[in-house]
Design a protein around this ligand. Structure first.
Ligand code: BGC
Length: 424
């Protein structure tokens, strides 16, 4: 599952000699860059490979440290144990407020030299740049912008069931019944805490809107967390279970996507990394599959920015490799090729989007529109809204409630209040 670091000295020397021979003066030293990530599904691996190839074209060695597990919880656990034993990788997929947690430990190295020579401050939107900085210095580089509140659907299954793509929660529940009667699984889902949380935050937005989402998932306001609106959102969330199948327990998200692809299921609520799976299967949006904002969330955009944070490294050649990686990530070639495969949109708003499909075009348009109108909100389920311990506490309540036949929505709301207070 995860490739732990192997002794690299010999390979490094050989690679160094080979590169010195071929590149001469243009490349002083070949370094190693070990990259921890959780991009292991078909679409994700295609995307990660883009970066590996670009780094290797520059003469450096990419050491893949892939830890399977959607949402990255396992990857973060492995990262913590590597860091505790004094041997972190040089780069790791770390996002949102967690970048600050690693920065506070003093383990991250500065990318300011790269940022300055490449003009990152001018290229990145302020909201994105701020997340990448610790104590005013760049310590991470953004890879993309994912939208979490998407609905994916198989048009043939919808047609068989005689339903249109739902745009509200009520339409979704009604469509679900018709789809079930037609013999299909209405909503493909994998019963894992982060997937439950992904559906929960989307239903919360649909039920109670952007301001309430912010009060609960970002500000952790106890009054809102325990309110009637939260209870209603939890009830709607639990109703989604009726649209799912019995085999969902422990299922990976990409397996759920493959149920929509194969026509076993009609729909999936998932971020646009799911599009990477449709793309890898050679399918076209609007024809072979449909994408739309999750029902009831047309005016919201739950953002999830993947980023690579850089750990301090001692060897000069490795630092060079690390800085090369950081530079490449924000260059147009990587931003385009990676994001076409990953399902996301570029982290830089100034790039040509003509080769991107209609879902990506809509994502960009909605990102800009919701930023102006106030519906651009950070995803709690994907580590953009709160610290990791708070996120873990919310996950526990959400997934226990979803899976427990006895817990009422009122009890779950109260647990949410206690969970937020305990970690504050
Ligand atoms: C990450 C995506 C990844 C998804 C599924 C999200 O948290 O941001 O890059 O594709 O999890 O693993």
């Amino acid at each position: 599952m995860c490739a732990f670091k192997q002794p690299l000295t010999l390979r490094k020397t050989l690679l160094g000699l080979a590169v010195a021979g071929t590149l001469g003066a243009t490349q002083a030293q070949a370094g190693d860059v070990e990259v921890l990530h959780w991009w292991t599904s078909g679409g994700e691996a295609r995307a990660a490979n883009v970066l590996k190839e670009l780094v290797e074209e520059e003469g450096h060695h990419w050491e893949d440290f892939a830890v399977a597990g959607g949402g990255g919880e396992t990857a973060m656990t492995v990262l913590k144990s590597r860091a505790m034993s004094g041997n972190p990788p040089s780069a790791a997929q770390i996002k949102g407020p967690e970048i600050q947690e690693w920065g506070d430990l003093g383990l991250l190295g500065s990318l300011d030299d790269v940022a300055e020579s490449e003009g990152w401050d001018e290229k990145l939107p302020g909201v994105v740049a701020n997340v990448m900085k610790h104590d005013g210095q760049y310590v991470a580089v953004p890879v993309n912008v994912h939208r979490v509140n998407w609905l994916w659907a198989n048009p043939e299954v919808l047609e068989e069931a005689g339903v249109a793509l739902p745009t509200t929660l009520d339409e979704m529940f009604a469509a679900g019944e018709a789809i079930r009667e037609a013999g299909y699984v209405p909503l493909a889902h994998g019963g894992q805490a982060w997937q439950d949380a992904t559906v929960f935050e989307t239903v919360l937005l649909a039920t109670a809107g952007n301001d309430f989402y912010r009060r609960t998932m970002v500000d952790l306001d106890p009054e809102a967390l325990g309110s009637e609106q939260m209870i209603e959102a939890l009830e709607n969330f639990k109703r989604m279970r009726e649209l799912m199948d019995d085999g969902m327990s422990g299922r990976d998200w990409n397996i759920a996507t493959s149920m929509v692809i194969s026509g076993k299921a009609a729909m999936q609520l998932m971020g646009d990394w799911a599009k990477g799976e449709f793309t890898a299967a050679g399918l076209e949006p609007g024809k072979d599959y449909l994408c739309a904002p999750a029902p009831g969330t047309e005016h919201s955009f739950t953002f999830n920015i993947d980023s690579l944070a850089m750990f301090r490294v001692s060897e000069e050649a490795d630092q060079e490799a690390q800085h090369t990686l950081a530079r490449l990530v924000l260059e147009p070639e990587f931003q385009k090729t990676f994001n076409l495969a990953k399902g996301s949109i570029p982290a830089r708003p100034d790039l040509d989007m003509s080769e991107f499909d209609q879902c990506a075009q809509k994502s960009l348009e909605d990102f800009q529109r919701t930023a102006d109108e106030g519906g651009l909100v950070p995803s709690m389920a994907h580590g953009m809204a709160v610290r990791s311990d708070v996120q873990g506490a919310i996950f526990d309540v959400v997934t226990n409630f979803f899976n427990s036949p006895d817990m009422s929505a009122e009890q779950a709301a109260q647990r949410m209040v206690s969970a937020a207070q305990a970690v504050m």
